[in-house]
Design a protein around this ligand. Structure first.
Ligand code: FAD
Ligand code: SF4
Ligand code: SF4
Ligand code: SF4
Length: 372
């Protein structure tokens, strides 16, 4: 039976662990309690004596292929980038949600709508607690869901838990409060690797993954880690000062929005060295295993590209649309908006897969940096 020891050998040592937190979450949620996350989100043994060698942390790791077929079947996955029922471009109808959103605030609008309709009891989201730091939490009311919206710089947050990690966290560690509070239907917002980790657990019907009623996946180019030197480099690349920055979002480039309305654009290729090492081997750009996927690419500023992937995802989005919780892009402005958006997502997805294949071929022939 392969256990966490094998994950260390096969996933962590080659630098493939992207810290989705799946292994720790499962071991903790079922009360084995052998694993923990280090301060910087790396899984490790907390109490080796508690390991009963069930082997499930190994099986559910997204980097291990044992469950690939089952996971694909569960999500009706098809090539080249998962099942697509409908693609559209939308934004939150509520102006405060739209203003707070990273792109069009659609993720937040859908969560609020599902909560209002009684479809979910809560949502695992992330709130900003420092310039680059987000903290996962279980939101159980409207105000808490709204706290998760967007990506803003606000020094009034006090940099409580300042870190150099841009927008990454192990959302699924919030399984624990979800179980303790006895919630039965929770939405999860996460990056493709986090969604994959949940789907692996669901493929094996592992407790408590059945509580995740819907997976809202974000498109993802990677986790970027900014040390002070890298922050200085970014400011130089973009020609801005950090104190003037209001918001950041990622599309086909990193967009830095300044308080005076100017938007600075930094090519992702220019900040490749700041991307987490494991992300170089990741093939999923568009959250291929989510019920609905969201990103800014392909959408005009202030709008979100939305891909519904499961009948549940389609129903939830359609319900929000007919209740006017979200507003669709106007066809009169561009009749081809949806196909153009999908084309851009396809291109970004294809490029990510190609780079990952190439980097995997090189794996083992180049020195590994596993500190990020
Ligand atoms: C690491 C990362 C990389 C991304 N890369 C791209 C990209 O390359 N191209 C692209 O088009 N889009 C990318 N996105 C998605 C994009 O930034 C927006 O999240 C998406 O368009 C939804 O916007 P919105 O305004 O509808 O969401 P909002 O209404 O603003 O809601 C966003 C939701 O995401 C949650 N969230 C924020 N950060 C995280 C995180 N790290 N992990 C899990 N949940 C989180 C928030 O709690 C909130 O619930 C990325 C997102 C992340 C977190
Ligand atoms: S990729 Fe995820 S599940 Fe695999 S070892 Fe890393 S944190 Fe654990
Ligand atoms: S108890 Fe199971 S899930 Fe926990 S570390 Fe051991 S093998 Fe992994
Ligand atoms: S690129 Fe995104 S989805 Fe892939 S491993 Fe990195 S954070 Fe996870």
């Amino acid at each position: 039976m392969k256990t966490f020891f094998n994950l260390v050998q096969e996933v962590q040592k080659p630098g493939l662990c992207h810290r989705c937190g799946g292994c720790v979450t499962f071991c903790t949620a079922v009360n084995y309690g052998a694993l923990e996350l280090s301060e910087d989100g790396k899984p490790r043994f907390g109490d080796m004596e508690k390991c009963i060698e069930c082997g499930l942390c190994y099986t559910i790791c997204p980097e291990i292929d044992e469950l690939e077929e089952d996971t694909r079947r569960l999500s009706n996955w098809s090539a080249p980038m998962g099942r697509i029922i409908e693609t559209t471009v939308a934004r939150a109808a509520d102006k405060t949600v739209l203003k707070a959103g990273t792109d069009g605030g659609v993720v937040t609008a859908l969560l609020l709508h599902m909560l209002d309709r009684g479809r979910i009891d809560g949502a695992i989201v992330a709130r900003q607690v420092g310039r680059f730091q987000r903290q996962p939490f279980l939101a159980v009311n409207r105000e808490e869901i709204k706290e998760g919206a967007g990506f803003f710089f606000d020094t009034s947050h006090g940099m409580k838990r300042f870190s150099d990690q841009y927008m990454t966290y192990s959302s699924i560690q919030e399984f624990d409060p979800m179980v303790r509070k006895g919630l039965r239907r929770v939405a999860l917002v996460g990056t493709p690797c986090q969604i994959m980790s949940i789907r692996r657990m669901q493929a094996l019907s592992l407790v408590p993954s059945e509580t995740i009623a819907i997976c809202l996946g974000l498109f993802c180019s990677g986790n970027f880690i900014f040390s002070p030197a890298e922050q200085a480099r970014m400011a130089e690349l973009g020609g801005f000062a950090w104190e003037d920055v209001q918001k950041i979002n990622i599309k086909d480039a990193l967009l830095v929005h300044l308080r005076d309305g100017e938007v600075k654009r930094i090519d992702l290729a220019e900040i490749e060295s700041m991307r987490r090492y494991a992300c170089r081997f990741c093939q999923d750009y568009s959250s291929e295993f989510a019920d609905i996927s969201f990103g800014g690419i392909g959408a005009a500023e202030g709008w979100t590209t939305v891909i519904t992937r499961s009948p549940l995802g389609r129903a939830v989005f359609a319900d929000a649309r007919s209740a006017e919780a979200v507003e669709e892009f106007r066809r009169e402005e561009n009749a081809a908006f949806a196909s153009e958006a999908l084309g851009k997502v396809r291109a970004a997805s294809g490029a990510k897969k190609k780079a990952a294949r190439h980097n995997r071929r090189d794996l083992g022939t180049k020195p590994v940096v596993i500190d990020r």
